[in-house]
Structures are given as structure tokens and as C-alpha cells.
Design a protein around this ligand. Structure first.
Ligand code: C2E
Ligand code: CA
Ligand code: CA
Length: 410
């Protein structure tokens, strides 16, 4: 049913309608309804009317009123029943009940159900207007309080979720370990091992989840340091004494003074370390990137760009970082043997890198066909599940014997 709308009598009698509190007036007697409506409109309210309790109940469910003024004695649903129905629906809007009866039991029932005010007919116009005004003010305060409460609850829930994640993260750090994945030359001999973070935590089961949690908690630096320390410790068992250690850096690690400290654990084996800087994340927010890279190189580290072709910054990272090595992104490598576009891209990148004296790693090799294609395309180093999955130090690489493949370089 459409609510019965009543317009203000004149512009001068009431404030702008957008600021007018909206009142629902429920009264079965047309004369009284019109009279009350006029009084309230003149007092500055927007008034919608209902002529019985049932229609009013639907209107309060569907709309947000600043107050409800309702007669008690109406056919169908009484004003007290309307009030009870509103509370049952969790609607806390103040209700002013109007009655002709001086019966105390009616008053007690109304108050018992949380009526804001009981007004006796005939209601003086000034009293009706002032009580409705008071009700709308109380409603506004209560609404603000409810909103503040909801925000407070949301804050508390967020804080408790954060505290829980913080505990999970601390527990995860306790079971952190580094896996290594071999990177081999085209003859299958080991060139190096990439260190990759792992934990036995079921709640943070893979590097993506670990890094996300660290970022949310502002504990990225702590995780990165633990990974670097773990990577160096595990690498102490490397028996050839020649293999390189590939270590992943987060862009924010470039600002970590511990990484740049010549006495740091990683710096002490710097000539054997290749620092991987991913092209997935922007280096934009890092202050003095070129300077930081220069310092790392001065310490003896080699720098690699990881995920080249996954493209945050396009190839511009190459000119900023001037890396010794680039690692082609898996999206270029996987299926390269049967994808002519990727084949062309890899060939172009490898040629450009050779020109610049940069070596290339193809990572994510899963099939012999891709392995053969990438060797034929001139990549220097190879990494992927086909050769070895990451594991406790140090997984032994397998390098399927290469049969000639005439079309691989086409
Ligand atoms: P990434 O640096 O590109 O590492 C290569 C990811 O590919 C590793 O996933 C590795 O397990 C996986 N992978 C290697 N070969 C293959 C393959 O043939 N096929 C497929 N499908 N995947 C292969 P992982 O260990 O889950 O690491 C995911 C990412 O998390 C890494 O990508 C790196 O960005 C980040 N990450 C891992 N460890 C560290 C760390 O110690 N420090 C930092 N800052 N980031 C890390
Ligand atoms: Ca990497
Ligand atoms: Ca990568």
C-alpha cells in the first residue's frame, strides 16, 4: 500500500524538507489524523499516514522513521500490538501512543512495551509537537550510539582477528624452514639453488599466505630476515663450495639496513649470492633504488630480475637494476615448445640479454619438450619441476638427455 503523503502547508511554516524528520502517523479516525498531520507538518516534520495498525506495521518495516505516533484503539491491530510487532522486528524507533482511555492498565501495557510517551486525547497541539520533537532527538542520539557501537564492535572484531593472525604468524615463524630448488646449466650440472620459504603451519601453508599475513601485520621485515638467515644457514651444507645461492627479495627489503650491512650473514657469502628482485612489484616506493642496488653490488652480491615478462614495470626494471641475471617468468616458459608467440618473445629477450651481457634463467620447466626448446633458444640456466621440485637441502636434479630437435630454434 502506498503511504499517504502530506505536503507542508507553506514554505515559510517549516524548514527544508530534506532536513525534516519523517514521522509515521497511525490513526483510524480521519478527522483526528488530518488534524494531527497538520500540527506536525506545521511543526516541521514530514508526515506519512496509515489508517490501521497492519498497514503501519508494513510501513515501519519498509521505511526508516524518526518517530511513530499511533492511536491505541484501532480495529485489526491496536497501537500496543503495533509497538510489540516493531520491537519483535528489532525496530527501536520511538513510539508515542495516543489514547482516549484513562485506564491505567493500558498505560502500564504501553510503558511495559517501551512506548516513548503516552498522550491522552484531546492532545494539545503544542504538547504533540514538543513530545514528537523530543522523541526524534532521542532517536537521533540512539541512532548515533548504535552506529558508534557497531563501529566499535567492528573495530574489536578486527583487533581480535589481527591478534589471532599475529599468534598464528608467530607460530609459523617457529616452524619456518627453507626449501631449495636447483638451477642447472645446459649440461645438467648445478649452477645454483633458489631458497624458497616454507613452514609446517597449516594456517599459513604457502609463501603467498605467509607473505600476505606478514604484510597485513607489518611483520614483513621480520619474515624476510628470518628467510635470509635460514637460507644462509641451510646453505652451509652445500658441499661443492661453488654453487650460487639465489635469494628472493621483497621490494621493501631493499631499505633494510641489515641486508646492506657488510657484517650481515648474507653479506659474508655475498659473491656466492644472487639476489632476486621481482618484476611483479613496483620498485617505485623504494627510496634511492639505484643507490641501494649499487651498495648491494659493492658488497659483492649479484642481482637478478625475477619474473621478467610478468610485467609490472615492463622492461624498464632492467635499466634501473642493471642485473647480471634475469629469470624469465613462468608464463613465458611454460608450453613454450608449442606456443610460437612465447617462443618469439623468449628468443627476443634472450638475444637482448646476451647483447647486454645478462644471463638468462628459464624457470617453471615441466616438460622435456619445453626443456629442449629453451636450450635451443639459448637460455643459460634452467629450473623447474622437471629437473627437481623444491625440497630440503639439496634436491638432486634430473636432466633428461637431450635429443636433437631440429625445429626448436625456429
Ligand atoms: P618465485 O620466486 O617466482 O618462485 C618460483 C615459484 O615457482 C616457487 O613457488 C616454486 O616452487 C615454483 N616452481 C618452481 N618450478 C616450478 C614448475 O616447474 N612449475 C610450477 N608450477 N611451479 C614451479 P613457491 O615456493 O610457492 O613461491 C612462490 C613465490 O613466493 C615465489 O615466486 C616468491 O615470489 C615468493 N617467495 C618464496 N620464497 C620467498 C622468500 O624467501 N622471500 C621472498 N621475499 N619471497 C619468497
Ligand atoms: Ca624467485
Ligand atoms: Ca620467478
Amino acid at each position: 500500500m502506498q503511504p499517504e503523503m502530506l505536503v507542508p502547508p507553506s514554505r515559510h511554516e517549516a524548514p527544508s524538507s530534506t532536513l525534516r524528520p519523517r514521522i509515521l502517523l497511525v490513526e483510524d479516525d480521519t478527522t483526528v489524523r488530518r488534524l494531527f498531520a497538520r500540527i506536525l507538518i506545521t511543526a516541521g516534520f514530514d508526515v506519512e499516514c496509515a489508517s490501521d495498525g497492519r498497514a503501519a506495521a508494513q510501513q515501519v518495516i519498509d521505511n526508516d522513521y524518526a518517530a511513530v505516533v499511533s492511536d491505541i484503539g484501532m480495529p485489526g491491530m491496536s497501537g500496543v500490538e503495533l509497538l510489540r510487532c516493531m520491537r519483535a522486528h528489532g525496530i527501536a524507533t520511538p513510539v508515542l501512543l495516543v489514547t482516549r482511555s484513562t485506564d491505567l492498565s493500558t498505560a502500564a501495557e504501553a510503558v511495559g512495551h517501551g512506548a516513548f510517551q503516552l498522550l491522552l486525547k484531546p492532545v494539545p497541539p503544542a504538547l504533540l509537537a514538543s513530545e514528537v520533537r523530543r522523541a526524534t532527538k532521542v532517536n537521533a542520539i540512539a541512532q548515533t550510539q548504535r552506529m558508534a557501537m557497531r563501529l566499535f564492535e567492528a573495530d574489536r572484531e578486527e583487533a581480535s582477528r589481527r591478534a589471532e593472525l599475529d599468534d598464528t604468524f608467530t607460530e609459523m615463524l617457529g616452524s619456518l624452514w627453507m626449501a631449495y630448488q636447483p638451477i642447472v646449466r645446459s649440461d645438467g650440472s648445478v649452477f645454483g639453488h633458489e631458497a624458497l620459504m616454507r613452514s609446517d603451519s597449516k594456517a599459513l601453508p604457502h609463501p603467498g599466505a605467509m607473505l600476505d599475513a606478514a604484510e597485513r601485520l607489518g611483520r614483513l621485515r621480520q619474515l624476510s630476515r628470518a628467510c635470509r638467515e635460514g637460507a644462509v644457514k641451510g646453505f652451509a651444507g652445500e658441499s661443492s663450495g661453488k654453487a650460487a645461492l639465489f635469494v628472493n627479495l621483497h621490494a621493501s627489503d631493499l631499505s633494510d639496513e641489515v641486508l646492506l650491512d657488510p657484517k650481515g650473514a648474507l653479506a659474508s657469502i655475498a659473491p656466492r649470492v644472487v639476489l632476486e628482485i621481482t618484476e611483479r612489484a613496483s620498485l617505485g616506493p623504494v627510496k634511492d633504488v639505484r643507490q641501494k642496488i649499487a651498495e648491494l653490488k659493492a658488497l659483492g652480491f649479484r642481482i637478478a630480475i625475477d619474473d621478467l615478462g610478468a610485467g609490472y614495470a615492463g622492461l624498464s626494471t632492467i635499466s634501473v637494476v642493471e642485473p647480471e641475471i634475469v629469470k624469465l617468468d613462468m608464463s613465458l616458459v611454460r608450453g613454450v615448445s608449442e606456443n610460437p608467440v612465447n617462443k618469439k618473445l623468449v628468443r627476443m629477450i634472450v638475444a637482448a640479454c646476451k647483447d647486454l651481457g645478462i644471463q638468462t634463467v628459464a624457470e617453471g620447466i615441466e616438460t622435456v619438450d619445453d626443456q629442449r626448446a629453451l636450450v635451443a633458444l639459448g637460455c643459460d640456466y634452467f629450473q623447474g619441476f622437471l629437473i627437481a621440485r623444491p625440497g630440503r637441502p639439496f634436491p638432486v636434479p634430473s636432466w633428461p638427455e637431450l635429443r636433437p630437435m631440429p625445429d626448436a630454434a625456429e
